[in-house]
Design a binder for this molecule. Structure first.
Ligand code: SAM
Length: 220
């Protein structure tokens, strides 16, 4: 992106200190809301026997909400986010020797195949077009050498249907079809091996687990 281009809304949304503080202290203040994503990630790891995934990247890490879970399974955790204010909260709650890196998901500052597992939670549904969605998946697949776990909003869910019917007219986030997720992942040298949501057809927030092909990938 050129220096003159304004940051997309999805980035501006979390850029200030008040929002970061709210996200850290209020957004997931009930145990139920805090646990919701963690349960799905744990279930995917368990179902696919991913017990000790080595070096793990959490991007975007936000205020470090997933870090306790990921730290528990990883040999080393690296956290990255574009918003300095969010990253600051994540850093405060982390051990001193853990890496926190200011980075744009669309151009991650890591070499190809740097991580055993890349986790990307709650950002893909903010992408306005399939091209923007694909640009992020491309980077996740590029820096992973084995696994990707990412959340998206499932088109085949009741809340997405309500949005399509115009019952949630102010919605700015986007649901996509599982077929599109599979296709975009496949286009980037990986393969979806599982989907997981709290309640199929009802829950919009859905995770996919993808396995990166072990064959060397062509540079794009
Ligand atoms: C809803 S929060 C999710 C944070 C964390 N994954 C979680 O589940 O709590 C979305 C995060 O995406 C980050 N973000 C948005 N666009 C980004 C980009 N292009 N590169 C890196 N981070 C981005 C924001 O700064 C924010 O921290």
């Amino acid at each position: 992106m050129s220096a003159r281009e304004p940051a997309p809304a999805c980035e501006r949304r979390w850029a200030d200190a008040d929002t970061a503080h709210w996200y850290s202290t209020q957004r997931f203040r009930t145990k139920r809301s805090l646990e919701r994503d963690l349960v799905q990630i744990r279930a995917l790891l368990k179902r696919h026997s991913i017990h000790a995934p080595g070096v793990v990247l959490d991007v975007p890490c936000g205020t470090g909400r997933l870090a306790p879970l990921l730290r528990g399974v990883a040999q080393r955790l690296v956290s990255a986010d574009v918003a300095r204010a969010m990253l600051q909260h994540a850093k405060q709650a982390a051990p001193l020797n853990e890496a926190h890196i200011e980075a744009d998901l669309r151009a991650l500052p890591f070499a190809d195949a740097s991580f055993d597992l890349v986790v990307c939670c709650r950002v893909l549904h903010h992408q306005a077009t399939p091209q923007e969605f694909a640009a992020i998946v491309r980077e996740l697949a590029r820096v992973s050498r084995r696994w990707i776990i990412a959340s998206f909003w499932d088109h085949a869910s009741l809340p997405a249907l309500r949005t399509r019917w115009g019952l949630k007219p102010s919605e700015t986030r986007h649901a996509v079809r599982r077929a599109l997720v599979r296709q975009v992942v496949r286009d980037n040298g990986a393969r979806v091996v599982g989907f997981r949501s709290a309640v199929r057809w009802i829950s919009q927030q859905t995770f996919f687990l993808a396995q990166v092909d072990s064959a060397p990938r062509a540079k794009q």
